[in-house]
Structures are given as structure tokens and as C-alpha cells.
Design a protein around this ligand. Structure first.
Ligand SMILES: Cc1ncc(COP(=O)(O)O)c(C=O)c1O
Length: 322
């Protein structure tokens, strides 16, 4: 199945991939108000499954709540629609759900506040990356730059919990500049020079005493992978701290890694040109990565409930009124 054969859910109907468009003057395109979420489809032996679909859909509703976007669906409706979209798109590896104002507007506050929801399930590599001019950037182990001039993760402007298009606007020039300088990604700071996250992934440090530390949910997006790694790490016996981390702690960290839906656990081996630890993938990072990879492969019964099989609809509680 190629992109041209895929179907996209739009407000309850399936339309062709090529028809899933909005007008160039749509409010969300012009003003950056599109809310979205992005989830992974894994393929354990019992069949394709969406990773923590309910948490992703709840996070979309949270984004809409923060931004005041009047989404007119229930959480369960969009979970069902997501599962159905994956069923109809064979070989899909990820799902992107978008909630936006499609209306052409004059003012910032839309006259027509209808929010349209689109759900696309696809294989990023086959359907999007391949066949495009230019090469995709790839790094199995990361070399990071720390943002030192600007402070791009200002939670007082757009709260990090809002997964909204405009939130990525300050990170784009920062990350692009880092790429031109030969880095893979950039760590964004807040206005108090505390570490936050990279533009699309969360940050973890293994400190000198072996504690796993990550910035708080007020400073960075509460990534679903971040939360999964925290739970997995506790199960493996790690002490985990969600706390403010000053930029200088990077100098003494034994290991650093990033997390995100499309990358899982992603080792960092250089920061600002200097090796992290001994410059190789850290032991604890490798241990957490192996455990996370086993979880998404369906090989860890304690976390099997995170994989929602697409063949299975939501189990609805019995109506107490009969
Ligand atoms: C700003 C930001 N931080 C972190 C993440 C990682 O979150 P998740 O693990 O839910 O993919 C993302 C994901 O796209 C993101 O956009």
C-alpha cells in the first residue's frame, strides 16, 4: 500500500490521502492553532497495536483545553476512530491526529469556530520520506547542542503541555541552526537557564550517583515515552527524579538520552562537541532502551496493556441503568 492508496479519517468519513487538504487561508495554517498528537503502531506477535492510544487521545483533548479549541468529540469516539483508521491502512506504523480550524478567517478569533479532526495512519518512511528530494537526517546516536543565546522553551508563552503547531515555531530556527553547525538536535532552555527538552523529544540524565533525572512536567511536554521510561526504570529499580536541572549538570552527567514516540530511547554521545561519559552509549541507557524495545514488542507482560490491539474495539462499561 502506498500513500495514494491510504485513507484519512475526517470528521467521521474516510477520504483519499490526496483529498485531506485545507485552504491556504485556513485559520489554523495562518495562525498556528492546529493541535495534534502522534502515536506509534507496533507489531507484536498478536497483531498490530497502537501504543497507549488512550493517553495520546487524552493528551490531544488536554491540548485543546489549554488552547481553548472547541473540539466536539468524546475521547472514546476518537480512540475508536483511530483504531478504525489503522485497520483501514495496512502496514501503518504511526498515527497523526490533527484538530484544526479549517475555516478561512479574517480575524484571529475565528467567526466559524468549527474544529475539524483528521486522523492519518501511515508508514513515514515509505509514504512520506522515500520519493522526496533531499536526504532525511539520520543519527542512531546523538550529538547535541545546548541553546545558549535564546531561551526557546518559555512555558509562560505556550505551556509545554500544549502540543500545538505554534509551539514548534521558536524551535525550528534553533534546531535548523544546530543542524547547519553539524549537530543532530538542540536542547532548549527555559528563562531560568534550566534544561527542558529538545524540540520533539524529552531529555533524561543518568547522574553521577546513578539516579535518572528528567525535567518536570511544567518545564517539558509530558511525553508518553517519557512516562513509559519512568515507569520501566522504577520497575528496574532506578531512583527517578522529575526536577529542575541546571544546564551545568550536563557536565557531570554519566549518561544522557532522549525519548520520543518515533525514536524510543535515543542515546546521546556528544554535547557541544564534548563526549558524554566516555563517549559511547551508556550502560543504563542501553538497559532502558532494551527494556523499552521489549515492551513495545509485546514481550513484557506487566506493560502489555499499553499495546491496544487494533483488532479490538474499546471495552465499554455496562450501562448502570441497564
Ligand atoms: C515538544 C515535545 N517534547 C517531547 C515529545 C516526545 O513525546 P512522546 O514521547 O509522547 O512522543 C514530543 C513529541 O512529539 C514533543 O513534541
Amino acid at each position: 500500500m502506498g500513500a495514494e492508496d491510504r485513507v484519512i479519517w475526517r470528521d467521521g468519513e474516510f477520504i483519499a490521502w490526496a483529498d485531506a487538504t485545507v485552504h491556504v487561508l485556513a485559520q489554523s495554517l495562518q495562525r498556528g492553532s492546529l493541535a495534534f498528537d502522534y502515536m506509534a503502531v507496533h507489531r507484536p506477535s498478536r497483531g498490530p497495536a497502537v501504543f497507549r492510544v488512550d493517553d495520546h487521545i487524552r493528551r490531544l483533548f488536554n491540548t485543546c483545553g489549554i488552547m481553548g479549541l472547541p473540539i466536539a468529540y468524546e475521547v472514546d469516539e476518537l480512540i475508536e476512530a483511530t483504531l478504525e483508521t489503522v485497520r483501514r491502512n495496512e502496514g501503518a506504523r504511526s498515527v497523526r491526529i490533527s484538530a484544526l480550524f479549517p475555516s478561512v478567517e479574517v480575524e484571529l478569533v475565528p467567526q466559524d469556530p468549527h474544529i475539524a479532526v483528521f486522523i492519518a495512519a501511515y508508514d513515514s518512511r515509505k509514504d512520506i520520506i522515500e520519493g522526496k528530494p533531499g536526504k532525511p537526517h539520520f543519527a542512531a546516536e546523538l550529538s547535541l547542542k545546548v541553546e545558549r543565546v535564546k531561551r526557546s522553551r518559555r512555558h509562560d508563552l505556550i505551556p509545554p503541555q500544549a502540543k500545538v503547531a505554534a509551539s514548534y515555531t521558536p524551535s525550528l530556527p534553533a534546531k535548523w541552526q544546530a543542524r547547519r553547525e553539524g549537530f543532530d538536535d538542540i536542547i532548549l532552555l527555559d528563562e531560568h537557564d534550566q534544561l527542558t527538552e529538545a524540540p520533539t523529544s524529552n531529555l533524561f540524565l543518568v547522574t553521577a550517583d546513578g539516579t535518572l533525572a528528567t525535567p518536570t512536567g511544567e518545564q517539558a511536554l509530558r511525553g508518553i515515552t517519557r512516562d513509559s521510561v519512568i515507569q520501566i526504570a522504577r520497575e528496574l529499580g532506578f531512583a527517578v527524579e522529575e526536577r529542575s536541572i541546571g544546564v551545568d549538570e550536563l557536565d557531570t552527567a554519566r549518561e544522557v538520552f532522549m525519548t520520543g514516540t518515533s525514536v524510543g530511547v535515543w542515546p546521546v554521545i556528544r554535547i557541544d562537541g564534548e563526549p558524554v561519559g566516555n563517549g559511547a552509549v551508556g550502560t543504563e541507557t542501553a538497559r532502558l532502551k532494551a527494556r523499552f524495545d521489549a515492551v513495545v514488542a509485546g514481550d513484557v507482560p506487566e506493560f502489555a496493556h499499553w499495546l491496544h490491539p487494533v483488532s479490538q474495539s474499546l471495552e465499554r462499561p455496562e450501562n448502570p441503568d441497564g
